[in-house]
Write a protein that binds this ligand. Structure first.
Ligand code: NAP
Length: 243
């Protein structure tokens, strides 16, 4: 089981996870939506570590693209042994009384519905019930799921709460089929996902007094994907500087 798929692997937390997983011995497939240049950089970084890598453009908001993504990964690198279910977006800042249906559909479609569909596609390939060899799914949630993100994006927080429920429920469904399902809840991490100025405004508010680096989340993801976490499933861990 040496092949891992990282969705949203072209930038930020996913890119850092791809490199950390390669350093831990995985061959790495990354999925991304549009940034070919950034995806190519991650592929090179993985190859520089002596592992195989491919990048597959696929919009996980489109269900048929998810199947194409998994098929391309299997064709390119072989059967997957782990999924890092990481692709996600945040909404513009605003209060609940300002949201419209289109905004809600967008954030739930990408963060919640696609997370379910991507996890399901991984189960159909890794579960012993389907003839697979088992594996690990790591869902990337957010501390927002617990904090609620009042005044910023309660919809994003709720979409990540759905991911936390997915982690618990799916873990119980597939525990006897060779698959462990785990989650990480990052706090404020230095990536391009934030609106301009947000990290400057909030960066020192965590008890540790600084934002986190993508590599610090990647370290936890890599541990959870490995056999070093072999007696863990159905739980989600915070990596948030105490926030
Ligand atoms: N940064 C934080 O503070 C923070 C905190 C808590 C949780 N998180 C979560 O961590 C995950 C990664 O966030 P990040 O900060 O690393 O974000 P980021 O830097 O904005 O990167 C997002 C990644 O997801 C991909 N992506 C976005 N929408 C996609 C779609 N529809 N289909 C396929 N790929 C898509 C992007 O591809 P392209 O490069 O092609 O655009 C990119 O690789 C997200 O789930 C986010 O909610 C982040």
């Amino acid at each position: 089981m040496t092949v891992v798929l990282v969705t949203g692997g072209s930038r930020g937390i996913g890119a850092a996870a791809a490199v950390a997983l390669a350093a831990d011995g995985w061959d790495v497939a990354i999925g991304y939506r549009s940034r070919d240049d950034e995806a190519a950089k991650v592929v090179k970084a993985v190859e520089d570590l002596g592992r195989r890598a491919i990048a597959v453009q696929a919009d996980v908001a489109e269900p048929e693209e998810i199947e194409r993504l998994f098929d391309a990964v299997t064709d390119g690198l072989g059967p997957i042994g782990a999924l890092i279910n990481n692709a996600g977006v945040i909404s513009p800042s605003g209060r609940v009384d300002e949201y419209d249906a289109a905004r809600l559909e967008n954030v739930f479609r990408i963060n919640a519905i696609s997370a379910f569909l991507v996890a399901g596609a991984a189960v159909r390939r890794m579960s012993t019930k389907y003839g697979g060899d088992g594996g690990v799914i790591v869902n990337v949630s957010s501390r927002a799921a617990v904090l609620g993100s009042a005044g910023e994006y309660v919809d994003y927080a709720a979409s990540k709460a759905a991911v936390d429920a997915l982690t618990i429920g799916l873990a119980n469904e597939v525990a006897k089929e060779g698959i462990r399902v785990l989650g990480v809840r990052p706090g404020l991490i230095e990536t391009d996902i934030h609106e301009p100025g947000r990290l400057d405004r909030l960066g020192t508010t965590p008890p540790l007094g600084r934002p986190g680096r993508p590599e610090e989340v990647a370290e936890l993801i890599t541990f959870l994907a490995s056999d070093r976490s072999s007696y863990m499933t159905g739980t989600t861990l915070d990596v948030s500087g105490g926030r």
